[in-house]
Write a new protein. Structure first.
Length: 304
């Protein structure tokens, strides 16, 4: 079968079986082309909660599928590839953060959406990379324990000097691979290019950026900018997507090593098998986990 043959079969089966396909921006173009919704993780979950389909297929990683289930408890949520996890989301667990909270009882715990649903149950509020600054600024608390990404937390803390932040040693290993030396080499090779970076990158990288923002924020900035060349400091699939969407502009990866292997675990055939009912993993969460995590997510929605 060709890629087109597989895509056609997926389109037929998802209609026949009433399946809504969600694909994170880091997925390959051939998967994005058969998806009903594409974007960042939380935005996908919100979109899924509004559709009438009773089955939702998440082409992403486990914490994204869990968030989708929390917002759509009555829907059948399938993770397209059961091995697709997130190292950052799995760095800290409920027991560890419960102990940290005992050491810092007067701190409000802010959890990046890239955490497990179980961990969210002991946190006060969730944030996304695009909403983190707004939500932290709107919190009544002056002391914030930000988990798990210390790079995103440090970027927020720098912009809110009136608040005290406690950061733990966690983060995205994919974004952490990039260094200031990578930026120097990229700018020497492409001196006219603007440097767009995700705040999950190390501080030494973020400080050199022309724009700092979420994945969709980076794509939006590149599309609306009058500039013709861009160095992209996030997962390299975004370079490919931008090249396809804006062929009159030039996009360069900051590092050839900025690849999320968990996102790349999902293949087009995985999607096909899920639509056939013979692949993926159905996400099931305990009711107390669903309720506790939803409280954390609801607080995020309330604040911004």
């Amino acid at each position: 079968m060709t890629i087109k043959d597989i895509q056609d079969e997926i389109l037929r089966l998802k209609k026949e079986n009433d399946i809504c396909i969600l694909a994170h921006c880091y997925q390959s173009p051939e998967i994005l082309e058969v998806a009903d919704y594409t974007g960042d993780s939380f935005g996908l979950s919100v979109s899924a909660s509004k559709v009438e389909n009773k089955t939702v297929l998440m082409c992403g990683v486990r914490f994204m599928a869990e968030t989708c289930k929390i917002l759509s408890p009555d829907k059948k949520v399938i993770l397209s590839n059961a091995s697709a996890g997130c190292p950052m989301a799995e760095m800290m667990d409920k027991d560890v953060i419960s102990e940290v909270k005992k050491q810092f009882p007067d701190y409000t715990v802010v959890a990046y959406i890239n955490t497990t649903s179980e961990l969210k149950t002991v946190c006060d509020v969730c944030v996304t990379s695009s909403s983190a600054l707004k939500i932290c600024s709107r919190l009544d608390a002056d002391k914030i324990l930000f988990i798990p990404d210390c790079n995103l937390g440090a970027w927020i803390a720098k912009q809110l000097p009136e608040k005290e932040f406690k950061l733990l040693n966690g983060g995205c290993p994919t974004h952490a691979r990039m260094s200031a030396d990578d930026v120097k080499k990229a700018k020497e090779a492409h001196p006219e290019a603007l440097f767009l970076v995700h705040p999950e990158c190390r501080q030494e990288v973020v400080e050199l950026a022309d724009y700092v923002g979420s994945t969709t924020g980076i794509m939006k900035f590149a599309g609306e900018s009058n500039a013709r060349e861009f160095i992209i400091g996030t997962e390299n699939s975004i370079v490919t997507h931008l090249q396809l969407e804006y062929p009159d502009k030039c996009f360069y990866p900051l590092s050839k090593d900025c690849i999320c292997h968990n996102m790349k675990a999902t293949t087009l055939v995985d999607v096909l098998n899920c639509c056939k009912g013979v692949g993926g993993e159905v996400i099931e969460l305990e009711s107390d986990v669903m309720q506790g995590a939803k409280r954390c997510i609801d607080k995020m929605i309330e604040l911004g």
